[in-house]
Design a protein. Structure first.
Length: 417
């Protein structure tokens, strides 16, 4: 298919759940998410590809070249953050579909691959409605328990299983056996744009962990309760949110990032002192030791705030992700492909989590970045130029073709020993 066809499809999908300021809002298992899934299904079925959905809502389009052979899997995710960008995830899925179409046409002219090809739309990569993130691929990889994830609820008490049933995408399809995985994604940072480089060959991921912090106080009247008698959970939460930011400043610049992204409190009445608050602190660094040191500092501050505000505060570790190093052969393959296509490339680390990080645990995987304008993401201002998307599509198509021809067989053989 032509570059123009890809751009038409990309900008068509961007209309699903479109926001007034140029972003999208397609959180997992919402009606908007269902519409993108229908678009994916129709794309596959028009080409005669098999369409399949597994029990956690992962969506597959499968092209069989050789019966019973394993599949090279391409893809990303179509769900978004609330008021998110139209490139994050969606670009990777649509590029994968178009790359698969190009590869099928190329295979008809020969040589025919000795393994099969599939495209995936992973469920709930963003984790905005259902925590944790990277859910569908992690269940696929055996990192998260499927039953537990199906029972996970959103802030309204709706479970993953119920939400998937509601949109008609709680499937029963089997999961394909894999020969490898490749994902292309916007960088979500400034490095490629700043250096004027076309592609990033991702070599490894930052160390990441989150703290689920619950603050228990006592509900009371905002007007009648003396200040000395108040046990205000919201005051405790406010102090801790600032501490998360202050702890980052204790480390060398650019070595640690952290924030509080999710926050709730109860009963959220204008005349009631809050009895309970809950927040999630996200800690990330290239260094595991740095993350653990920051975690230790936060736990110290939690104890201090609890004592000074007469609160009960608990902090639970979750969504801990160690470094994932992508196979050297895969990184080199991206570099060689870029050179052959006349595109500039550099090695790059990913600070954000991606489905490829989960998949790299079970099959040889690689990840390609394309530039993000101003390095912004997870917001409506997120932007990547059409020319950069087309460069990425060309690179993904060629990388996938070479993987189908056995470019990473050595890595597979080493992993099997």
């Amino acid at each position: 298919m032509s570059d123009a066809a890809f751009l038409t499809d990309f900008h068509e999908v961007a209309l699903i759940g479109a926001t007034a300021s140029g972003g999208v809002d397609r959180q997992a298992a919402t009606p908007e998410d269902r519409r993108t899934r229908e678009w994916f299904r129709e794309f596959a079925e028009r080409r005669g590809w098999e369409h399949r959905v597994d029990a956690i809502g992962n969506q597959f389009a499968l092209i069989e070249f050789v019966p019973d052979a394993p599949y090279l899997l391409l893809g990303s995710h179509l769900d978004s953050q609330p008021l998110g960008g139209r490139f994050d995830g969606a670009y990777g899925v649509i590029a994968a579909l178009h790359a698969a179409d190009r590869i099928q046409r190329r295979a008809e002219e020969g040589p025919r691959p000795d393994r099969n090809l599939a495209v995936v739309n992973w469920f709930n990569e963003e984790g905005s409605r259902f925590a944790p993130s990277i859910m569908g691929s992690s269940v696929f990889a055996g990192i998260m328990d499927e039953t537990e994830m199906l029972g996970t609820t959103d802030l309204d008490g709706v479970s993953v299983a119920e939400a998937l049933e509601a949109i008609g995408y709680r499937g029963e399809g089997s999961r394909p056996t894999l020969a490898g995985y490749a994902e292309i994604h916007i960088e979500q940072g400034r490095i490629l744009e700043r250096e004027g480089i076309d592609l990033g060959a991702v070599d490894f991921s930052w160390y990441t962990q989150k703290l689920d912090i619950e603050i228990h106080g006592e509900q009371s009247h905002t007007g009648a309760t003396a200040m000395a008698d108040r046990r205000d959970a919201l005051v405790g939460a406010a102090r801790l949110i600032l501490k998360v930011r202050e702890v980052v400043a204790e480390f060398e610049p650019e070595t640690l990032v952290s924030s509080v992204g999710r926050f709730t409190h109860e009963p959220n009445s204008p005349i009631v002192v809050p009895r309970h608050a809950r927040l999630v602190a996200d800690l990330r660094s290239v260094s595991k030791d740095t993350v653990l040191a920051a975690r230790a500092r936060l736990l110290e501050e939690i104890e201090r705030v609890a004592a000074e505000e007469d609160l009960e505060i608990t902090a639970t570790d979750f969504d801990v992700r160690d470094h994932q190093r992508f196979p050297e052969a895969g990184v080199a393959l991206v570099e060689q492909t870029a050179a052959d296509l006349g595109l500039s490339v550099r090695r790059i680390r990913t600070m954000a989590g991606h489905d490829s990080i989960a998949m790299n645990r079970i099959t040889p995987s690689l990840m390609i970045f394309i530039p993000s304008v101003d390095g912004v993401s997870h917001c409506e201002r997120e932007f990547t130029r059409d020319a950069d998307m087309l460069n990425g599509l060309a690179a993904l198509s060629e990388v996938a073709w070479r993987m189908l021809q056995g470019a990473l067989d050595r890595v597979e053989a080493e992993a099997a020993r």
